[in-house]
Design a protein around this ligand. Structure first.
Ligand code: SF4
Ligand code: SF4
Length: 346
């Protein structure tokens, strides 16, 4: 198979990520920015951890400075999420800043408002990740937003028709609300030719209990999760477009297997108000980027030591933490899983 132009671009980005990862491991600098750009969202998901968490937001001009600074500090990939990022009217400006800084730009969205965006927004993105919890209008009920499933499918159809489209994925949170539909989601992904990630709902993110309501009651029990992990492994082996690495899925196959988390080394988290967060203490920011430049902050010896120390914590369930940790460890299957999803036809 001769790769087309988009696949070549994606493979190029994969190669840049891999080389920057090796550089990050050698220098101790992060390579990913996780930017929670707003906590506003009109949806009402029971599974939500972030809506309404922070009211204040950096301006687009402040964000431009942060992105330039992030790039100077060696960061390569910028994941913009929320809340619903498209609630920000200035999102095109923010995306333009991300591109101007040379960052690989990823948008994580519910899909609401995506189809109303000017064409420019799509052209500024490298990857779009749509959240989808059910392959039908039951998704609308779960998110408290009529028409959302149709929004997502129409947005994906639009991207499929578009030449030189950004890559797109679907991300699905597994909870008690959709545990019986996980395999239907995989089937939907196969028939719709949409790459999909699965993540068990987060239930133990560290923080102050008053501010971080546990989603324990929505968690799927270990044996159901193990059964789902086995089924997803088998479907992936049969060619279903499931993007989680086998290593990731195996993590949940016999009760959750502990893993060595390296996400704090690879990634830096930024809140809408400019707070820089350590995932081990999410409610006591390390600093705010309106008071100190991100580059200076990352160069501070105490911050660097804190980020790079090995921790026993493996509370997160998300692929972006676990697969990132496996990729950081250069586990071949996880690295090549990322390559496969970069090269597979959109
Ligand atoms: S769409 Fe996302 S941000 Fe909005 S309520 Fe649902 S989980 Fe929260
Ligand atoms: S598992 Fe990793 S990313 Fe998650 S809270 Fe623990 S150290 Fe942070």
């Amino acid at each position: 198979m001769i790769p087309n132009e988009v696949q070549m671009k994606n493979a190029g980005q994969w190669f840049r990520l891999l080389t920057r990862l090796i550089h990050a491991r050698l220098t101790g600098r992060p390579l990913l920015l996780s930017h929670l750009v707003t906590c506003r969202c009109p949806c009402r998901c029971e599974t939500c951890l972030w809506r309404g968490l922070v009211d204040e937001e950096l301006t687009a001009a402040q964000i431009e400075e942060v992105y330039l600074d992030a790039a100077r500090a060696g960061i390569l990939l910028n994941a913009i999420w929320g809340g619903e990022p498209l609630m920000r009217e200035d999102l095109p400006e923010i995306l333009r800043s991300s591109r101007k800084a040379g960052l690989i730009t990823v948008l994580i969205t519910s899909g609401l408002r995506f189809n109303r965006q000017p064409e420019e927004v799509t052209s500024l993105l490298d990857t779009v990740i749509f959240s989808l919890d059910h392959p039908s209008s039951r998704h609308d009920e779960m998110r408290g937003m009529p028409g959302l499933f149709r929004n997502v499918t129409e947005a994906i159809d639009r991207l499929k028709r578009r030449p030189a489209s950004p890559r797109f994925f679907v991300n699905s949170v597994i909870s008690r609300l959709n545990r019986d539909s996980v395999l239907d989601l995989a089937e939907w992904a196969r028939t719709s030719s949409v790459p999909i990630y699965f993540n068990p709902i987060e239930i133990g993110i560290p923080g102050e209990p008053t501010n971080s309501p546990s989603k324990q009651s929505l968690a799927v029990d270990e044996s159901t999760l193990a059964g789902l992990a086995r089924s997803l492994i088998s479907l992936k082996a049969r060619g279903y477009p499931i993007c989680n690495s086998y290593g990731y899925l195996r993590t949940f196959m016999n009760g959750k297997r502990p893993y060595r988390c390296h996400a704090r080394k690879a990634c830096i988290e930024l809140r809408p108000n400019g707070d820089v967060i350590d995932c081990l203490d999410r409610f006591h920011p390390i600093a705010n980027v309106t008071n100190v430049s991100l580059r200076d902050l990352l160069a501070r010896p105490d911050v660097r030591r804190g980020r790079l120390r090995n921790v026993d914590c493996c509370v997160c369930n998300n692929a972006d933490v676990i697969d990132t940790s496996y990729i950081w460890s250069l586990r071949p299957e996880s690295v090549f899983s990322l390559l496969r999803s970069s090269l597979s036809p959109p």
